[in-house]
Design a protein around this ligand. Structure first.
Ligand code: DON
Length: 314
């Protein structure tokens, strides 16, 4: 796809139309309650932002409201871990869709502690482990936050300490996953230190405008065209986008690809980042989730936009 192809499209009008049409669907999903600090989110909140490779940003709804990015952080931590340690990561994490819930334990025993992909919890914990192997446990979250500041060209993105504490207080499933992987030598550092980084990364907060901006390098072949900065290589971005397409929505990844036709990554805070290669990014936020833990109205909003503007990659 090329950005010029969309020169006739009034993106602002399209986003406004989606924001209007999504209203009846906003309360159909259920806000995540397994992390108590997330349970207080308003189910009817909605925001959508689109940033193009020319640096124009269009938004509708609550475009400046920060929300908990949760598993959307796994895209940024994956790119950072690959930048730090290169392709060795793939010896410890796969690239296959799991077809299982994001916090599932079942595949790990059969597959000797090697998670199916970096976007389920087990895989993201291995990614966090890789990051702290390279910079030390005390630096892990700072390195990731700095990396996201660079990608977003903004320093006003931070961890919500209350959400991070709530993740830790209710994180026994993640502890089980991490200790199990450590027993196979897949996790290499001290589990509480690895999880401290993982819990904090999930508690990072961004608005949809910041998220769309931060993901722009994924649409730009690794280059942030606005800052004129290379974030990572073209090959690496192509691969990360491929994994987002196949694994970004857990056991609904096929459904997302079918309905939206873009690489995307969701989080239980209700955020989704979607990539339109060579065109731009779309970030959406609506806290009501479907049974798989993906934003119900957010997915539908992306489907509407994709259908109306013709964004499906295929
Ligand atoms: O590990 C957890 O439980 C969460 N903090 C992150 C999960 C998440 O966003 C998975 N998503 N859909």
């Amino acid at each position: 796809m090329r950005l010029d192809t969309f020169s006739h499209v009034d993106f602002q009008a399209e986003l406004d139309g989606v924001a209007d049409d999504i209203c009846p669907h906003l309360t159909k999903g259920k806000v995540a309650t397994y992390i108590p600090a997330l349970a207080s989110q308003r189910a009817d909140a909605f925001a959508i932002a689109l940033t193009t490779l020319r640096g124009e940003t269009f938004a509708a709804g609550e475009g400046d409201t920060p929300f908990s990015i949760q598993s959307v952080s796994k895209v940024f931590s994956l790119v950072l871990a690959l930048e730090m340690g290169g392709e060795d990561l793939w010896a410890r994490v796969g690239r296959e869709p799991s077809g299982s819930p994001f916090n599932s334990v079942v595949q790990l025993e059969k597959e000797e502690g090697r998670p199916r992909n970096p976007f389920i919890n087990a895989g993201a914990i291995v990614v966090a482990d890789t990051i702290i192997s390279h910079c030390g446990a005390s630096q892990g979250i700072d390195r990731l936050t700095d990396f996201i500041h660079t990608c977003a060209a903004s320093k006003s993105i931070a961890v919500n300490a209350e959400v991070a504490a709530s993740e830790a207080a209710y994180g026994d499933r993640n502890r089980a996953l991490a200790y199990f992987m450590k027993s196979f030598g897949i996790v290499q550092n001290d589990v509480p230190e690895v999880l401290d980084t993982y819990f904090r990364q999930c508690a990072l907060e961004m608005s949809v405008k910041q998220l769309a901006r931060a993901g722009l390098f994924l649409a730009g072949g690794g280059q942030d065209p606005c800052a004129g900065r290379r974030i990572t290589s073209h090959e690496r971005v192509d691969r990360v986008n491929s994994i987002m397409m196949l694994c970004g929505h857990y056991d609904r990844s096929g459904e997302f690809a079918f309905r939206v036709g873009l690489a995307g990554k969701s989080g239980v805070g209700g955020g989704i980042l979607a990539v339109i290669p060579d065109v731009g990014t779309v970030a959406v936020w609506s806290p009501g989730l479907n049974e798989a833990g993906n934003s119900l109205a957010g997915t539908l909003a992306l489907e509407m936009l994709s259908d109306r503007v013709g964004l499906n990659l295929f």
